[in-house]
Ligand binder design. Structure first.
Ligand code: COI
Length: 354
């Protein structure tokens, strides 16, 4: 399918690299494509970034039939742009689509659309340390109807935002509250899908934890509230007695692309990485025995975020003296080095935009 391009006649002023924050500024253009039952996906176009006009009965506003992705473009040393495993995002959006009864997109065309949009707005890729261009593809139900059923029409949009660190702490360790009242997802639910409802379910707990001085919550399983699932916007890893352990993907955990990349990199360093069920009590026992060496989160937005403190039901433990762990620091440097082209990509993770 051809992508029609209409360029803006009034480009916006770009924000200062040291004031970016996360997701506050948006580039000059966006990609849009429509879906109509019987016709499929059609009318792919890159147009000036602008508000959408929506009917108040638009189904996504009522029943949340929508999915999204998060990915990043980096400026490489030669002035070009690099994407990080973009095909994985397109495969995952189709996994989410399947769960939400949204028609699949052509994965290769999805990557093509991202490349074209990044090419059009390449001047928006920031080049300061720790900055990147965050890319947000999303699909939502557009039919005007109040009956609960899959929509017959959808829109696929990609917007982009120059960003700095996701957490104000940057790479400094964050404090995490172990959530034992609210749950994010249950098996058989939508936990593995990147869909708005999972994030809506997380806001209340995040608010409560925030008021107590915590950056994020650590989610436990929705049935027994014993087993670790993920942290707010990240997957989570524990280094205990020399071994790295991360919860196995069980249907209620998001299959993070940074999670998978971290596992591959850690194993290439000869480290033992195990994906399995991990109880919160086991983590506390390891700490009591002096065997909990590091905890860190992995995610596209946050990359690697060391965890310095856990609070489970008032029992507070400090990890690695609240300092950035050796593995967390090395993993952050390696992933961001590969993403920006500063380190050789022996894994074949990066894709050139042009
Ligand atoms: C990402 O890491 O890309 C995410 O989707 C997290 C987000 C909700 C900020």
């Amino acid at each position: 399918m051809e992508i029609k391009i209409v360029k803006t006649t009034s480009p916006k002023e770009k924000p200062q690299a040291d004031k970016l924050g996360f997701g506050k500024y948006f580039t000059d253009h966006m990609f849009v494509m429509d879906y109509t039952e019987g016709k499929g996906w059609h009318d792919a176009r890159i147009v000036p970034y602008a508000p959408l006009s929506m009917d108040p009965s638009c189904m996504v506003l009522h029943y949340g039939q929508t999915v999204f992705e998060g990915m990043k473009a980096y400026r490489s040393a030669d002035g070009g742009a690099l994407l990080f495993r973009p095909m994985n995002n397109m495969k995952r959006i189709n996994l989410s689509n399947e769960r939400l009864c949204i028609p699949p997109i052509d994965e290769e065309f999805g990557v093509e659309a991202v490349k074209k949009l990044v090419e059009v707005d390449k001047d928006w890729i920031p080049d300061g340390e720790g900055t990147s261009l965050y890319i947000r593809p999303f699909i939502f139900a557009t039919e005007c109807a109040l009956g609960v059923h899959p929509s017959h029409t959808y829109q696929f949009i990609i917007i982009m935002s120059p960003v700095g660190a996701y957490y104000p702490e940057g790479l400094n360790p964050v404090k995490i509250y172990v959530e034992d009242e609210y749950v994010r997802a249950v098996r058989g639910g939508m936990g593995f899908a990147k869909t708005a409802g999972n994030y809506a379910a997380s806001i209340k707990a995040q608010e409560v934890a925030g008021k107590k001085g915590y950056t994020q919550v650590l989610w436990l399983d929705g049935v027994e509230r014993k087993y670790i699932e993920e942290v707010g916007t990240m997957n989570v890893f524990f280094k205990m007695d020399g071994e790295i352990i991360t919860p196995a993907l069980n249907g209620s955990i998001l299959g993070g692309i940074t999670r998978d990349s971290s596992i591959q990199i850690l194993r290439s360093w000869g480290m033992k990485v195990t994906e399995r069920k991990l109880g919160i009590q086991e983590v506390y026992d390891a700490h009591a025995a002096g065997k909990l060496e590091e905890v860190f989160g992995t995610g596209t937005a946050a990359v690697i975020s060391p965890v310095g403190e856990l609070n489970w039901d008032g029992n507070i433990i400090t990890i690695n003296d609240g300092k950035i762990g050796e593995i967390s620091g090395k993993l952050y440097d390696t992933i961001t080095g590969i993403q920006s082209g500063k380190l050789e990509d022996t894994f074949g993770f990066t894709v050139k935009v042009s």
